[in-house]
Design a protein around this ligand. Sequence first.
Ligand code: GLN
Length: 478
Amino acid sequence: MSQPAAELTIAELQRQFRAGDRSPREAVEQVLAAIDARDRDLGGYLSVDAESALAAADAADVSLPLGGVPIAIKDLINVEGQPCSCASKLLDGGYTSPYDATAIARLKAAGAIPLGRTNMDEFAMGSSTENSGLQVTRNPHDPERIPGGSSGGSAAVVAANTAVAALGTDTGGSVRQPAAHCGCVGLKPSYGRVSRFGLVAYASSLDQIGPLTKTSHDAALLLEAIAGGDPLDSTCLDAAVPKYTDALTGDLSGVRVGLPKQYFGDGIEAGVRSSVEAALGQLEALGATLVELELPHTEYAVATYYIIATAEASANLARFDGVRYGNRASDPENIIDQYRRTRGAGFGPEVKRRIILGTYVLSSGYQDQFYLRAQKVRSLIRRDFAEAFEKVDVIASPTAPTPAFRIGEKSGDPLQMYLADIYTIAANLAGICGVSTPCGTVRSDTGTDLPVGLQILGPALGEAKILRVTDAYERSRA
Ligand code: GLN
């Protein structure tokens, strides 16, 4: 019997569709069967719209770039007619999207089929998917461990072969870090590369939609479909969208890879370090040159991020007041009582913590001390990268300092959780692009093999450069 569709790459599915070896309907049925068989234990999906996916499959035009390819969608990107809960009790069961996000409209125009909504940290706030207000998602390599976050559902379903590919969002690492923990590819495009219209906003100056896939080649295919200017998002860049797959030559000669001293210091688990070092050796063997460099303001990135992200979140989440969106407290005494009880019952503890923190750093008297200062440090971090990219083409590092941790291990200690994103956050502050690709495994104390991620960062609009590197690396290991 041929391999079930959910185990295939987009590229292989397309080839089979066009050769008539498999129909989009068969592919969607096989993905639905895989979900039925395995998602109960994994918890990757919040909902699946089988009926509309099958209807779209029957109507699919396989000559389109993504014709007939089913894609899982993180539950904060609007798909018309489907729920969009952001894994929050505030919206769950009470909100259906009236329109498509631009990224979804583009996926559909390219022939893809949005199939199923994936679990996440509530409103994308977290690094383990444990902050979901709705359910637990497990790491497909070890059910006692987290899948990473906040796009943990999207990473888990791709890695578990219950999806061909998925979309997630990355505000401080939420595509790359779960990709690293689950063993798939995760791409954060440069800020403005993909429209944010129809993406429920967490931190608007940092958020980007990005693909989670089995290969960098698939990430390039998805990015080609969803990238490009959009009059509905004024921060979206009008720059032409290259054919990213053309850049995937398999050869790295002449590519200068920067190794920032600050990303290889203490705090990296030994197994992660050795996997990443082996991958760097492989990049050299493929023709790349390794260059040591400094990103001097790295140590301030996490603190800066948690001021800017929470400030923006406190403003963005003000709209969830029980008036327009989602669930409302019953029998309120007055409007203030309605706000208070709707938000009190609807938001989980981490979301409340962030709203309070964000409101505090923006409050008069503290704004200069925290928010404005963070903006200045953000400029310094951006400048560090600009200077680095004068010397090198891309930058390499671990994606996360440790492999996936145990469910519950860090949930009582927000600071420890925040440090899980130490290598991913600066890219969002600087607006540059980054990708994580699997580079080996570490044996856990219970004998499971946990994936490690190699992160490659590139300058703004440098997606072709970073995908060239990770694609060449993946091919050399295949
Ligand atoms: N873990 C980070 C946070 O909690 C990043 C989340 C994200 O990228 N959405 O904010």
